[in-house]
Design a protein around this ligand. Structure first.
Ligand code: URA
Length: 231
């Protein structure tokens, strides 16, 4: 989701249903404040978080919002779905309109899901160039061995998309569990990587994204605001 940049005069004209010429007069008459300052500039750029006040009345006052959700199985990482409950529907009492998910999880995956209305933030966090580690605890149907470690580290070629996965870290936890760290998120990536060993994933739980660690006090389906440090 892209940051919604637009021009101040266009925004006011649309909001007040007046012409751009009329907006110019309002600006010149010092009747518009942008982020707490009188604004006279017609071609001023704004975004969805610009605070815009006209004659003391708010025309736009969106606050940046950041949440972590402990996603349960059976909840879809989407804003709308006809069959399954969506992650956004678990944020009770919060208007879902502007919110989106930063880094999806599959329907049957669990754990850390970040939800925000700040598209610049989510884009920066999830861009492959940013190289943010995403850590998962993976439970397998069959035992794993050391050959998995080098295969994950070397990367795997997927002919369908003609891509080779970036080096990933696999640390065995026990015979049936491993901690996997990726810096990317291709479609069903972890399941497909274990698929190379014909070893089905039976549990996939995201524990962290960069420095943001899933709060251990959040039960499945619960959420909280991110704190300043996490943001
Ligand atoms: N890899 C997968 O296969 N599924 C997820 O939900 C996340 C990473």
């Amino acid at each position: 989701m892209r940051s919604k940049r637009s021009r101040l005069d266009q925004f006011i004209a649309q909001k007040l249903q007046i012409s751009k010429k009329a907006v110019r007069q309002l600006l010149l008459a010092n009747r518009v404040e942008l982020d707490g300052q009188i604004c006279k500039s017609v071609d001023q750029q704004i975004n969805e978080f610009s605070q815009i006040c006209f004659d003391g009345n708010w025309l736009q006052r969106n606050k940046r919002q950041y949440y972590m959700l402990n996603k349960p199985i059976g909840v879809v990482s989407a804003t709308k779905d006809d069959i399954h409950p969506t992650a956004l529907s678990l944020l009770y009492g919060i208007e879902p309109e502007l919110l989106h998910i930063a880094g999806r999880l599959d329907l049957n995956s669990t754990g850390l899901l970040l939800i925000t209305n700040d598209s610049q933030w989510s884009q920066a966090l999830m861009a492959p160039e940013t190289k943010v580690d995403k850590q998962y605890l993976v439970t397998l149907a069959n035992p794993i061995d050391d050959t998995y470690v080098s295969a994950f580290a070397e990367g795997m070629y997927f002919g369908y998309e003609d891509i080779t996965t970036k080096p990933a870290r696999l640390e065995p936890v026990n015979d049936f569990q491993a901690r996997v760290t990726l810096q990317e998120g291709k479609y069903h990536q972890i399941k497909r990587m274990f698929g190379r060993f014909r070893n089905p994933v039976v549990g996939l739980h995201r524990e962290s994204i960069g420095d943001i660690i899933l709060d251990s006090t959040l039960k499945s389906g619960e959420y909280r605001h991110l704190n300043k440090k996490e943001v």
